[in-house]
Design a protein around this ligand. Structure first.
Ligand code: NOJ
Length: 530
């Protein structure tokens, strides 16, 4: 089996704006993030994914790029970016950045030139229509705000196509010049030394009449071309696909051994089912989705996550499941956004450490490269009253100083949380350092234990029958070894499990050998080994 660094890696999702403000302007920046790299390193992660850091009007928090070759002035400049990269590399941390290829900001000079002049070479960088009636079978993603994927532009005198906000016109991949522009952006950041990219929103690059405009063959052809360029010019670069799709539609994004596309793809459908099984106390949804997940090419990897900077997306569940999830996890309508739920991990789990530990242990022992979203390692909360997805993007809570030690500014880009349960006085990294049972130290323990076990990092996966829907069990093992037996009691009732061979539990008392009938407390989880 081919093993590359990313096959075994744990990732950390970093929002620069939220992390640490070094110059007192109320926004986190690269210099600030450098000060906090030791915190990231201490978690035991291997790679940082930096959310978009480009110049941008920030109407979609940087996913609306207005210059692919720069750094947002609030976050620093290219020297600061380089210094961040060097400081991360010096600590053995890799860095991947976001590249937003599907669309630009409407403030991008390409769009500005395009809308002003029909004959400009930039006009054809975007997708236009006189009627705004084409591609009617295409779903709308930002359902709460966008009535259509077409918006009329007065200046251009035509409609332009956009899969996300109307301030994010889609690029036209039928124009080879657009390929070159993107390749140049990729080259620019690779020349600076980034280790790879999380490629945003890749199913939507092309439009074709009579289709749903997702996962089209033309998109795959382009992605193969992109991978060829990267492999030829920058071998070893990691490309991660962000495609919110069903497993069978995700598989083609790995490409074939002869014509690869991405080494790693996010596995979206696993995520909501992790929450489902916990609430139901029934493992069936996760068993079904893993059984539905096809084998991936050698050297490829899934990427798994519990939360990220977006709403907890419920696109990859049935309408009935979505309704149920929203009833269970978003009882207040304000918690709902588009098809999903705008809450953070700890509040979703009622700030119950047993549930939090179980869900983390489960996702850290499934196949795939896990990502931790900044702040979730200390059990940060959210503020559902902020617009859009901002409630899950508040400043990192470092200590109980003013603005949680995030900034010395009078005002920060978003207020720090200060509610009774999740406010920075209660939840902050400094206070958690000393407590062995804090979220922070449990995160370190779980990641460290996982990374110390080859079977969990990269072993094969086999279901273990428990005869009980509330008890989920599987074994991960590297060829020929016994590996690690992972057992989870998903319910709030005690259960039992039969251990056929003597084993120790590395999550609780690694010195005590157990065998035979083992009692499982509510929400218990065990990683058993010989
Ligand atoms: C996916 C990103 O995760 C999300 O935050 C963004 O709004 C859309 N892509 C559009 O770029």
């Amino acid at each position: 089996m081919t093993t590359n660094w990313y096959n075994n890696a744990v990732f950390y999702e970093l929002y620069i704006r939220a992390y640490k403000d070094s110059n007192g302007d109320g926004n986190g920046d690269f210099r600030g993030a450098i000060e906090k790299l030791d915190h990231i390193k201490s978690l035991g992660v291997d790679c940082i994914w930096v959310m978009p850091h480009y110049p941008s009007p920030l109407l979609d928090d940087g996913y609306d790029v207005s210059d692919y070759l720069g750094v947002h002035p609030d976050y620093g400049d290219l020297d600061d970016f380089r210094a961040f990269l060097d400081a991360a590399h010096a600590r053995g941390l890799k860095v991947v950045t976001d590249i937003v290829m599907n669309h630009t900001s409407d403030q991008h000079p390409w769009f500005q030139a395009a809308r002003q002049d029909k004959n400009s070479p930039y006009r054809d960088y975007y997708v236009w229509s006189d009627t705004g009636t084409e591609y009617a079978d295409t779903r709308i993603i930002f359902l709460d705000t966008e009535p259509s994927n077409w918006t009329y532009d007065d200046v251009a005198g035509q409609y332009f196509w956009h899969r996300f906000y109307s301030c994010q016109p889609d690029l036209n991949y039928d124009n080879p010049q657009v390929h070159e522009e993107m390749f140049n952006a990729i080259r620019f950041w690779l020349d600076l030394g980034v280790d790879g990219f999380r490629v945003d929103a890749i199913p939507y690059l092309y439009e074709r009449e009579g289709t749903n405009c997702e996962n089209l063959p033309e998109t795959h052809d382009f992605l193969k071309k992109m991978r060829r360029m990267v492999d030829d010019e920058y071998p070893g670069t990691l490309l991660i696909a962000e495609a919110n799709q069903w497993p069978e539609d995700l598989l083609p994004y790995f490409g074939t051994p002869e014509e690869p596309e991405f080494q790693v793809c996010f596995h979206f459908p696993i995520m909501p089912r992790l929450y489902m099984v916990l609430k139901k106390g029934d493992k069936t949804p996760i068993v079904d989705i893993l059984n539905r997940t096809p084998a991936i090419p050698p050297g490829a990897q899934w990427m798994t996550f519990l939360r990220n900077h977006d709403e907890l997306t419920l696109e990859m569940v049935t309408p009935e499941e979505r309704k149920w999830m929203r009833q269970q996890y978003a009882p207040n309508p304000r918690m709902r956004l588009n098809l999903g739920i705008r809450r953070r991990l700890a509040p979703l789990l009622d700030n119950d450490k047993r549930k939090w530990f179980l869900l983390n242990a489960l996702f850290l022992s499934l196949p795939g490269a896990p990502i931790i979203y900044y702040g979730d390692e200390i059990g940060m909360g959210d503020n559902i009253w902020f617009p859009d997805r901002h409630g899950c993007r508040t400043p990192m809570q470092w200590d109980n100083d003013r603005h949680a030690g995030f900034s010395t500014a009078k005002e920060t880009y978003l207020p720090v949380l200060c509610d009774e349960t999740y406010g920075y006085q209660q939840v902050n990294a400094a206070a958690q350092e000393a407590d062995p049972a804090s979220y922070l130290n449990l995160t370190r323990f779980l990641i460290g234990t996982r990374q110390s076990l080859a079977a969990l990092r990269s072993g094969q996966f086999v279901w273990v029958e428990t005869g009980n829907d509330a008890v989920l069990a599987f074994r991960r093992h590297v060829d020929g070894t016994d590996g690690v037996l992972c057992v989870f009691n998903l319910s709030d009732q005690p259960q039992t499990f039969i251990l056929r061979r003597p084993r120790v539990d590395v999550l609780s008392r690694p010195e005590v050998k157990m065998r035979g009938k083992v009692g499982l407390r509510p929400y218990a989880c065990h990683w058993f080994r010989n």
